[in-house]
Design a protein around this ligand. Structure first.
Ligand code: PEP
Ligand code: MN
Length: 339
């Protein structure tokens, strides 16, 4: 349920409404926007008398929210969420470009890639230290050492680091990571989602391969219900009957999520296609469709990459792409609001 307050509402009356709701076991999420203040009510609102609340002096309108996701719902929070990460931010009209190798392979590798992508305009460094591999015989990542190498690359370039957390037991190692990635395969690992909801680092949730928008938003809701509102959604392709590409990029997810939620939306064209030459057109399409950013795999020697070489760009192909993405983004931002 949402309660829209009148512009000039009396603060004492608001306090007594809030107290009354809290006594009934309802949690309240307040969103102060330019136009209105909205109270988002989470809990069992079925017994609340909607007419009684609507009749209060300070209340403009009351609406029931049918969707099961509440904190993630745009109705609760009409303005876009902007997530600060070190000297940059995700959302709010900016274009975030996360770039880097699929897996951290050595300190030299990740530092060299970080330097290159930074020079091209990337705003964050991605790289897996703990890797969810389909085969138990494939490279599983450097683990804790990989995290150290990522931090070295951050110290060198200033780029914030985004890396995947696979298991709750690894969480203490992620204290110094900037954005915690929850991989597609863990999108519905609810204990993991609860754990990252109880800490305050931004969490990027990649869409499960067969997840609906609602299931994906419910994963965001798990994190937010724990108190962490810094959630980012990442579309990385879903499984369809088409086998030419690794997955099928669902571009419609961008405008649909924009409507349903206030959370920032990142697109990963690398895992979505599995082919390096498809990364550029789909990255451009994602920006044109209004994405808040991209996650792109870049490797200095894709032929010898320990993971996902075929979908990785070389720094010299990433460079013109990053520039095109930034130009396209400024055109798209300029068009917004035009009739
Ligand atoms: C990754 O980004 O390294 C990754 C494994 O992606 P996904 O979870 O989307 O497959
Ligand atoms: Mn990968």
């Amino acid at each position: 349920m949402i309660v829209i307050l009148k512009r000039d509402h009396n603060p004492e009356q608001l306090e007594s409404l809030v107290n009354w709701l809290q006594e009934k076991g309802i949690a309240i999420h307040t969103s102060i926007g330019e136009a209105n203040t909205i109270l988002g009510l989470v809990g069992d609102t079925s017994k609340l008398d909607i007419d009684l609340i609507a009749a209060l002096d300070i209340v403009e309108d009351v609406k029931r929210v049918q969707e099961p996701y509440k904190n993630a719902n745009r109705k609760f929070h009409p303005e876009d969420t902007v997530i600060p990460v070190r000297d940059t931010w995700i959302g709010g009209g900016s274009l975030t470009i996360m770039a880097g190798p699929c897996s951290v392979e050595s300190e030299e590798q990740v530092v060299a890639i970080a330097r290159a992508v930074k020079a091209s305009g990337a705003t964050m460094l991605r790289g897996g230290a703990f890797k969810p591999r389909t085969s138990p015989y494939a490279f599983q990542g450097l683990g804790e050492t990989g995290l150290e190498y990522l931090k070295a690359a951050r110290a060198e370039t200033g780029l914030p680091i985004v890396t995947e957390l696979m298991d709750i037991t690894q969480l203490p190692l992620f204290k110094d990571v900037d954005v915690i990635q929850i991989g597609a395969r863990n999108m519905q690992n609810f204990d993991l989602l609860k754990a990252v909801g109880h800490q305050d680092k931004p969490v990027m949730i990649k869409r499960g391969m067969s997840a609906t928008y609602e299931e994906w938003l419910m994963s965001a809701e798990y994190v937010m219900a724990g108190g962490n509102e810094n959630v980012i959604l990442c579309e990385r392709g879903i499984r369809t009957f088409e086998s030419y590409t690794r997955n099928t990029l669902d571009l419609a997810a961008i405008p649909v999520l924009r409507k349903l939620t206030h959370l920032p939306i990142i697109v990963d064209p690398s895992h979505a296609t599995g082919k390096y030459w498809l990364v550029e057109p789909l990255a451009m399409a994602a920006v044109a469709a209004g994405a808040d950013g991209l996650q792109i795999e870049v490797h200095n020697d894709p032929e010898h990459a320990l993971c996902d070489g075929p979908q990785s760009l070389k720094p010299d192909t990433f460079d013109p792409l990053a520039r095109k993405l930034l130009s396209l983004h400024s055109v798209v931002s300029g068009l917004e609001g035009q009739a």
